[in-house]
Write a protein that binds this ligand. Sequence first.
Ligand SMILES: [Zn+2]
Ligand SMILES: [Zn+2]
Length: 360
Amino acid sequence: MQKIFSSIYNFFDRIFNGIDLAVRKFILRPFSWFLEKMDPLSYKLEGTKLKKILQYSIYPIFMAATLPIGFKLIEHGYNSRTFIATIIMFMVMGFIWAPLERLIPFSRKWLGDKDTATDFMLFTGSKYWGDFINQPIRLATITLIVQEISPEIGYQIWPVNLHPYLQVFLLLSINDFFRYWYHRWMHENEFMWRWHAVHHSSERLYWFNGTRSHPIEGLVQSMLWAIPLAFVKAPVEIVFVTNLLGRVIGRFQHTNMDLKVGIFDYIFSTPKNHRYHHSKIAKIGHTNYGGDVIFWDLLFGTFYLPKGEEPSDEIGIEEMPFYPKNFLGLMMAPFTYGRMKKKAIELGYLPNEQEKSLKT
Ligand SMILES: [Zn+2]
Ligand SMILES: [Zn+2]
């Protein structure tokens, strides 16, 4: 039985490694070539006033611009969430974020792109999984439970007279309240950590790897949030702009740009506070759970941002240096977790069997 399983595994592993190689060679290589050409300019920028201006202005300008752009897009009928629309949105973001990361990187070590093809495959796979599995489950859950209770409740509660920007901020905060507790649960419960560890297996942070996660993580999320969020009936344009703002926050949250965002570190999930969340030191990684906003962490006592200090660029899962790096390995990692944990204890990375959670 074991033999059959391992030959099936090896067969698929070879296929996925082939795709990885093809993505690297035909899609990513031209981009890498272009980005590397920016390095001399990046070194020239070191210590200049222009770099300072970029560091302080990029974040507030992008964040502020997202709101009017979002409302304009929906005014002109663009509210598509199809597969192609998502790909185009990410491509547009990549064309903006990737060159800026190359120009003012927080860590030059994080510019190496050997994991980008795997992230690309995880992103594509998750999008398919999300559209064909999570979405129908979410719709079924809502239809079966919420609509039966009272579909009108949410419409009556939502403050439609509030300024649209405030409505966006309100929806973002409500969404993130659920996301905060789900994220915290995934860190504090070892069974849940099995799935979420895939996101933390990244050894560098850059604009695209916020999308690195196991599809099961999204599936549970779909079922858990569907019911409470179905009662929050914000108008369709508010939902669209909130999602767009969430995408922009997500790109900044994982970006390798060396930004100075000041007060926003205490409002949103920013590159600086999220770098602590990815820390190799387990105790530090057990903080800053916010996905979009960070004030739930401030309220519930999990905020971490020491003054006068910069987060380290040593990130990942310290207890498991042998954690898989390729597509199939990452997909199977939650199932092989027990074996990996045993190995980590044998090799002395984990102190003993009593260790309740890898992140405590
Ligand atoms: Zn996490
Ligand atoms: Zn993250």
